[in-house]
Structures are given as structure tokens and as C-alpha cells.
Design a protein around this ligand. Structure first.
Ligand code: CAA
Length: 286
């Protein structure tokens, strides 16, 4: 297995919110990064988001302009998965669809060296099922970052049925090298975080839909009442209502009715109101 001290070049599949965040923190920690998405436009949007996020650290004097420029220089964008062929570690952060992830992992298995660990940022899908698309299920591990990646300190390491101790240790060590702290979960639906977070969000959506309180009061009740940074509706908008619905559907399928997605969550997604990223979710954004 390619050990952590041999990792110099990191591949990231997906240049969306999570992918560009992972690419950013890896580059800021000194790794060379290849970030791949299916369209040039998505890669460019990802690079712009990284530029904006690094600028925030510069404005707060937590990073110099030169460090920002170095981090950006370390990131190469591509639309060709074969460009990840010389990476020492790959983190996949594509859409939360099992078929797509399995196809990506089958392709990564072909293009990367056979001793390279392949990690997935999936938030609820089975690591074991993703790993089964490869010839190296022992080297497939969950590396679940939190949004926004550059700010959130935690990473969830998830072990599949065949994940080796070595790959698990590498996942912890790599996260720590990025300045993060980790916890470990077995490969059970939603792992630790989303298993507990999604019912909380759905109950917030139901409380709003059933007229328990105004949306602002639901969020104020939970932020002021339980000292969390965001209430369930604001957090759902922040994560993306489509992501919340996908995660809730997986939990519902696997764990039953107590995880059923709230009616209003599905209606908002059907209407294209996905939260902050589309300018409208439970709240409106500029
Ligand atoms: N890049 C760089 N810096 C950023 C940033 C980004 N993308 N986003 C926010 N920041 C910085 C801001 O510059 C600011 O810095 P200072 O405090 O030093 O000035 C700080 O983060 C706080 O930002 P804001 O003042 O704009 O807003 P805020 O105080 O409301 O904080 C927040 C924003 C950090 C997102 C905070 O509200 C929060 O922690 N919310 C909860 C987020 C959360 O729970 N995330 C996990 C979701 S679950 C998940 O991701 C897993 C899943 O599978 C669904």
C-alpha cells in the first residue's frame, strides 16, 4: 500500500462544493492536487471558489498572498480522469449516486497504481458497495469532509467490510495532515453524522410545514436553545436541499419510516429551490 509519507500528489474527483474544498485544503497543506470534473466550466467554477475562499484567509491575515498563490499553483484542473494516473491518493467527491460512484471507482481502479488508496467523500452511501466496483476493496475507505471544508475541523473516517487497517490509518493521518480532527464510523447508513443530523433537519422541515412556528423561530429556537451555529432550515439551505433529500432517501430505504424525507423537502427540491446555491431554499439569498 502507498503509505502516507509517500503521498505527494492527491487526486480529487469532483470540483463542486466538497471537491473544491478538499482540493483547497490539500493544496494549502502542501500537496500537489489534480482536480477533475466532467466539464471545463465546472473545473473553472471550482478553481474560482478556491480563489475566493483562500482570499478570505488572506483578508484575515491567516495566510499571505504568496501562500495563497503557492496553493493555487499546486492545483491542476482537468476533465480527464486519466490525469489522476500518477496520484498517490485519490479522494472522490462526485454526486451522491451509487451507479456514478461505482463507475468512477471502476475507472480509478484502472488508471491508478494498484497500491493507491481510493477514498470516497460519500455522506450516506455504502463504502462496501462502492469498493466492490474495484479489485482493491481493502484500499477503499470513506473520508467524509464537512461543509464548508476549509472551515470545518472534523472529518469522518468510514470503514467498509474489507477496508484494511492500513487504509483506515492513512485516512486518519491524511486528515490530520490537513489540520483536521477525525472520528471513525462503521459502514452503516448515514454513518455517525448524517444518521443523526438528517432526522433533525427533517423534523425541522416538518415543524415548519405543519405550522409549529415560523421558519425563523424554528431556527432561533434551535440556535439559541441548543447552542448550535445554524438551525435545521438554515443548515439545510447551507448543505443543499437536494443533498439532504438524497441522504434522507438512503436512510429511509435502509432504516425505515422514521427516516422518511419530509414532504416539503421533496417539494422544494422538485421546484428547483435547493438552498443557498440556487439563491432560494427556505430563505432567499442574494
Ligand atoms: N472558506 C473560507 N472561510 C470561510 C468559508 C469558506 N468557504 N465559509 C465561511 N468562512 C469563514 C468566514 O470567513 C468567517 O471567518 P471569521 O469568523 O474568522 O471571520 C467564519 O468562517 C464564519 O463565517 P461567517 O461569519 O460568514 O458566518 P457564520 O459565523 O455563520 O459561520 C459557518 C458560517 C462556519 C458555516 C457556521 O455557520 C457553521 O459552522 N455552520 C454549521 C455548518 C455545519 O454544520 N456543517 C456541516 C454540515 S453536515 C455536512 O457537511 C455533511 C453532510 O454530509 C451533509
Amino acid at each position: 500500500m502507498r503509505e502516507l509519507d509517500e503521498v505527494e500528489r492527491v487526486g480529487v474527483v469532483g470540483a463542486g462544493t466538497m471537491g473544491n474544498g478538499i482540493a483547497q485544503v490539500a493544496a494549502a497543506a502542501g500537496y500537489d492536487v489534480v482536480m477533475r470534473d466532467i466539464e471545463t466550466e465546472f473545473v473553472e467554477k471550482g478553481l474560482d471558489a478556491i480563489d475566493d475562499s483562500l482570499s478570505r484567509f488572506v483578508r484575515k491575515e491567516e495566510m499571505t498572498e504568496a501562500e495563497k498563490a503557492d496553493a493555487l499553483d499546486r492545483i491542476a484542473g482537468t476533465t480527464d480522469l486519466a490525469d489522476l494516473g500518477d496520484c498517490d491518493l485519490v479522494v472522490e467527491a462526485a454526486v451522491e449516486k451509487m451507479d456514478i460512484k461505482r463507475d468512477i471507482f471502476a475507472d480509478l481502479d484502472e488508471v491508478t497504481d494498484e497500491d493507491v488508496v481510493l477514498a470516497t467523500n460519500t455522506s450516506t452511501l455504502s463504502i462496501t458497495t462502492i469498493a466492490a466496483a474495484t479489485e482493491r476493496p481493502d484500499l477503499v475507505v470513506g473520508l467524509h469532509f464537512m461543509n464548508p471544508v476549509p472551515v470545518m475541523k472534523g472529518v469522518e473516517v468510514v470503514t467498509g467490510e474489507h477496508t484494511s487497517d492500513g487504509a483506515t490509518e492513512l485516512a486518519h493521518g491524511f486528515s490530520e495532515a490537513l489540520g483536521k480532527e477525525t472520528w471513525e464510523s462503521d459502514d452503516k447508513p448515514g454513518f455517525v453524522t448524517n444518521r443523526i443530523l438528517m432526522p433533525w433537519i427533517n423534523e425541522g422541515v416538518r415543524a415548519f410545514d405543519e405550522g409549529v412556528a415560523a421558519k425563523e423561530d424554528i431556527d432561533r429556537g434551535m440556535t439559541l436553545g441548543t447552542n448550535v451555529p445554524m438551525g435545521p432550515l438554515e443548515l439545510a439551505d447551507h448543505i443543499g436541499l437536494d443533498i439532504c433529500l438524497d441522504a434522507s432517501e438512503t436512510l429511509h430505504e435502509e432504516l425505515g419510516d422514521r427516516y422518511k424525507p419530509a414532504y416539503l423537502l421533496r417539494r422544494k427540491v422538485d421546484a428547483g429551490d435547493l438552498g443557498k446555491k440556487t439563491g432560494r431554499g427556505f430563505y432567499e439569498y442574494e
